[in-house]
Ligand binder design. Structure first.
Ligand code: AMP
Length: 121
């Protein structure tokens, strides 16, 4: 699947649609999910144009990969859900059709602030 420049997260990255920003650096943008599924539900997206984790794993630079992983940790710390600032969280990314991905720009969901429950319903 090729990258769709008109997906909603691409619009957020371009500043065309607002978001409740949590954190931003050269590699990632993080904001609150518009339809939170848990007390804390944040999204972390890379700034590069990647459809999903498979696409990212094949095409992203080492710097982008490190930037995304560091970004997830920085956001978790900022939200006080990381292991050192809180009680932990779940990081999840949906990939394509069977994964249930709706927005075709790679994103990690960070769920926290309460027990997250079963891994798969
Ligand atoms: P997924 O099913 O993994 O693709 O998740 C897409 C997520 O994006 C869902 O949890 C939506 O609630 C969320 N979402 C969609 N539009 C927006 C938006 N404008 N701002 C923040 N989150 C959004």
């Amino acid at each position: 699947m090729s990258y769709d420049n008109n997906n909603i997260f691409a619009k957020i990255l371009r500043g065309e649609i607002p978001c409740k920003k949590i954190y931003e650096d050269n590699y990632v943008l993080s904001f609150h999910d518009i339809n939170p599924q848990k007390k804390i539900h944040a999204l972390v997206i890379p700034k590069g144009k990647y459809v999903d984790l498979d696409d990212f794993s094949q095409k992203a630079s080492p710097e982008e990969m490190v930037g995304l992983l560091k970004g997830i940790n920085l956001v978790a710390k900022k939200l006080s859900i990381s292991v050192d600032t809180g009680k932990g969280y779940r990081a999840l990314t949906n990939i394509s059709e069977h994964g249930g991905q709706e927005v075709p720009h790679l994103h990690f969901h960070l769920f926290g602030g309460e027990k997250i429950g079963k891994m798969v319903e």
